[in-house]
Write a protein that binds this ligand. Structure first.
Ligand SMILES: *[C@@H]1O[C@H](CO)[C@@H](O)[C@H](O)[C@H]1NC(C)=O
Ligand SMILES: *[C@@H]1O[C@H](CO)[C@@H](O)[C@H](O)[C@H]1NC(C)=O
Ligand SMILES: *[C@@H]1O[C@H](CO)[C@@H](O)[C@H](O)[C@H]1NC(C)=O
Length: 255
């Protein structure tokens, strides 16, 4: 009787001991499992976690740390896009002023033959679509925007890391949300994929001021951008005053 009791106790002791000893192994397995899931999920939209080993991530382009998953990143972006107070401001107080400024920018591009009334145009990260409205008002009627949240009829739903368009679709693409890209090389790759050969991409970025708390990267020079546009050449780089953004970089996709 006594020996069976002792045996039982010893058995339980060993059981706990082995459980305790295997804990690190279990944790390691769990860690790899979660990594794998994150990888599997993102490969569908964004190929892998390129944050750390991204060759474009350099002193002049820094990806902000702290996003545990692509979902967490999307949630944070949605938090700004869906903010009712911001949306009200964008569609009321900001509306006319922004359309005016955007129209001026686009008119200048028309003068330089980088945009025409016949251009099929895309605005990336367009929120409520002020830039789309500006394009339509100056005569670029085939214009649309994409954002995580649609705003019909100006903006359709779409993730700029995985644009919902076929290859070679647009003559013109514009964006002022480069700083929101968690995967800048994907952001650029998708632009080059959906632009027609000879198509023009206009980016408004900030290289001297840090953008807002929703940004996912910080750019310190246009060099990393130029490097990422592998299939395009630089048309011009100039200083602008565009809603806190200081630099306009224009690319043309090679034929
Ligand atoms: C955004 O996040 C804050 C807390 O960080 C939360 O209170 C708020 O409801 C969120 N808004 C949206 C639109 O998700
Ligand atoms: C482009 O469209 C605008 C607005 O409809 C018009 O005023 C302008 O003349 C057009 N430009 C050309 C070159 O057709
Ligand atoms: C679209 O472009 C991408 C990259 O530019 C290429 O890998 C893919 O094969 C193309 N798809 C089609 C259907 O041509």
């Amino acid at each position: 009787m006594k020996t069976t009791q002792t045996k039982k106790r010893t058995l339980i002791k060993y059981l706990f001991l082995s459980l305790f000893l295997s804990l690190p192994l279990i944790l390691i397995l769990l860690y790899f499992h979660s990594q794998l899931r994150w990888t599997a999920r993102t490969t569908t939209t964004v190929s892998l976690q390129e944050k750390q080993n991204n060759p474009e991530s350099s002193d002049e382009l820094r990806i902000r740390p702290g996003y545990s998953s692509y979902e967490a990143y999307l949630q944070r972006q949605l938090n700004k896009t869906l903010n009712p107070k911001l949306r009200r401001i964008w569609t009321t107080r900001d509306w006319d002023r922004k359309i005016q400024v955007f129209s001026r920018f686009f008119e200048e591009l028309k003068v330089k033959n980088l945009l025409s009334n016949q251009s099929r145009a895309l605005c990336i990260g367009a929120r409520v679509g002020q830039e789309v409205e500006a394009l339509r008002r100056i005569g670029v009627s085939d214009s649309v925007g994409i954002d995580l949240v649609p705003y019909p009829p100006l903006v359709v739903k779409g993730d700029f890391h995985n644009q919902p368009f076929e290859n070679d679709t647009f003559e013109f693409e514009f964006s002022n949300v480069f700083d929101h890209a968690l995967y800048p090389d994907k952001f650029v790759g998708e632009i080059e994929r959906t632009l027609k050969p000879g198509g023009v991409c206009v980016l408004h970025v900030s290289v001297s001021r840090r953008a807002d708390k929703y940004s996912a990267n910080d750019l310190y020079s246009v060099k990393p951008l130029v490097k990422m546009f592998k299939r395009s050449e630089v048309v011009h780089v100039r200083t602008i005053d565009g809603f806190g953004l200081d630099t306009e970089v224009v690319f043309r996709k090679r034929w």
